[in-house]
Design a protein around this ligand. Structure first.
Ligand code: HEM
Length: 128
């Protein structure tokens, strides 16, 4: 389900979700790996609400940029853009996972994490 909000992401992550190697990480063929990790679903919501800062490695490329938070978007918009990046480019939710709901996003508001705290949560996912 295409999300108009993704237009605000594609300047960095690109319309085809491939990102820019070394600058902006890909979302295509990568978001499902995050979803499959224990805690990955909550982490994705936190990245959207609070941003991300810290060195990450995605498919053999290093990234050490700053992902801005998007807490100004509504819960429904954040759920929609997460569903978009989970199901575009031939990707799909791991077996048994349902689409993100606005209520699931709302549950992560109020923790007010910093982008560095979101990074520390990423490190607990055990992503390769
Ligand atoms: C990281 C999604 C907008 C730059 C990420 C990650 C996700 C994501 C899920 C985490 C990837 C991972 O943990 O492996 C989105 C969505 C956006 C958006 C859905 C639109 C609402 C942007 C924009 C920029 C950007 C506009 C550039 C200004 C980055 C960077 C990282 C990142 C640099 C890696 C941060 C680091 O190195 O720690 N994005 N993004 N994103 N995003 Fe975005």
């Amino acid at each position: 389900q295409p999300s108009p909000v993704y237009q605000q992401c594609q300047g960095c992550h690109q319309a085809n979700g491939a990102g820019i190697p070394g600058a902006f990480p890909p979302l295509a063929k990568h978001t499902p790996d995050i979803l499959a990790a224990k805690g990955g679903r909550t982490y994705l919501i936190q990245v959207l609400l609070y941003g991300l800062q810290g060195e990450i490695n995605v498919k053999g490329q290093k990234y050490n940029g700053m992902m801005p938070g998007w807490s100004q978007l509504s819960d429904a918009e954040i759920a929609a853009v997460l569903n978009h990046i989970s199901t575009q480019w031939g990707d799909q939710f791991p077996a048994g996972q349902k689409p993100f709901t606005a209520a699931e996003v709302k549950a992560q508001r109020g923790t007010k994490l910093t982008p560095q705290q979101v990074y520390s949560n990423r490190q607990k996912l055990g992503l390769k």
